[in-house]
Design a protein around this ligand. Structure first.
Ligand code: AOF
Ligand code: ZN
Length: 336
């Protein structure tokens, strides 16, 4: 029970911890919660330390944590030391932190603490994103698209606004809220003027990333002096934007550059050319598709995925949800 509650804290803080994982922690003594903590921001105190601070006297208490307490000195001191110093009797955690050395459990046990690893499928799946980005030095990538049933992102004139209903659009904002940055291609940027923020659900403003191979991008007025970080990936510096200059536009390279710029959870919102390139090059982890109850027809342009040759990509369906008459399907890509 306490692990699931600690995981609620993780859900609330996803998207704000930079390259660190979101972690939740609850300390319980004699059936009473005496401390709650979450890791809030890269470089600041870990969840366990926050919870111990709140508890004050945590002697003989049990600490529940979504992730194995760290035993390393990174930007902050090891959590294991704080746990030992606080006199905690038992530690229960859900997910091993395989990105660190595995000395923490033994270290705590050597100090008489009972340590229990209690695996949880949902939490495991959740932390895959963190491990993927930490091991590969690229962001976890979510592709998001809203489409008609015949797979079109826009009509032949390029109109795509309001394909899906209001409830879906709110959900997209919740999805953006959980990411550090949202990427679009130059033409989507220029046609749609997307804000790419999360205003329907929060004040969170993910960075806006525009990819332009020509470098000729017209920055909209709304993006000048806005609170939103604006990153252009292009062949030459663009005034009014933070430009990452490159001549290599392969999706893998773009991801590497964005990770170096501090982005660890990236959402890609199209258009079809960008989506198709990232899919074809296997540069994604999750696909979230919103299907509107519409058929559009027209030319073969603006289909969300098109390549020169067909090649089967197997996906794993991880969630189905309904927003009024729209359907949201979430898929994970298998490890290649
Ligand atoms: C925990 N509790 O709340 C988090 C952990 O540079 P630092 O000191 O912030 O350490 C970052 C690493 O610690 C990070 O890569 C991950 O392995 C782990 N995160 N560990 O015990 C926490 N956020
Ligand atoms: Zn720690």
């Amino acid at each position: 029970m306490y692990i699931e509650q600690a995981f609620e804290l993780v859900k609330m803080t996803t998207g704000q911890t930079g390259r660190n994982p979101a972690v939740g922690c609850i300390i319980v003594k004699e059936g009473v919660i005496i401390g709650i903590g979450a890791h809030l921001k890269e470089g600041t105190a870990h969840a366990e330390v926050q919870a111990i601070r709140m508890a004050g006297d945590a002697r003989d208490a049990t600490l529940y944590c979504t992730l194995e307490p760290c035993n390393h000195r990174g930007k902050t001191p090891p959590c294991t030391e704080a746990i030992i110093a606080a006199g905690i009797k038992k530690v229960v955690f859900a997910e091993r932190d395989t990105s660190l050395d595995n000395t923490g459990i033994r270290h705590m046990e050597a100090h008489g603490i009972t340590v229990e690893h209690r695996p949880n499928e949902i939490i495991s799946r959740y932390y895959e994103a963190f491990f993927i980005s930490k091991e590969t030095n690229r962001p976890f990538v979510t592709l998001k698209l809203a489409t008609t049933l015949d797979g079109k992102l826009a009509d032949d004139a390029g109109n795509s606004k309001w394909l899906t209903g209001e409830a879906s659009r709110r959900d997209v904002h919740a999805l953006r809220h959980r990411h550090d940055a949202v990427l679009v291609g130059r033409s989507t940027y220029e046609v749609d003027h997307p804000k790419l923020d999360a205003r329907h659900v929060s004040d969170k403003i993910p960075a806006k990333v525009i990819v332009t191979q020509s470098g000729d991008v017209e920055i909209h007025n709304q993006d000048i002096d806005s609170a939103q970080r604006l990153i252009v990936i292009g062949p030459k510096p663009v005034e009014q934007a933070e430009t990452i200059v490159t001549d290599d536009f392969r999706p893998a390279r773009i991801l590497e550059l964005l990770f170096q710029a501090g982005i660890s959870r990236l959402m890609i919102e199209g258009g079809s050319r960008v989506l198709s390139e990232f899919i074809e090059q296997d540069c994604f982890d999750e696909i979230v598709i919103y299907y509107a109850p519409k058929l559009l027809g027209g030319t073969l342009n603006n289909r969300f995925y098109h390549t020169l040759e067909s090649r089967m990509i197997d996906l794993e369906l991880t969630d189905v949800a309904r927003f009024d008459d729209d359907i949201r399907l979430t898929y994970r890509k298998g490890q290649t």
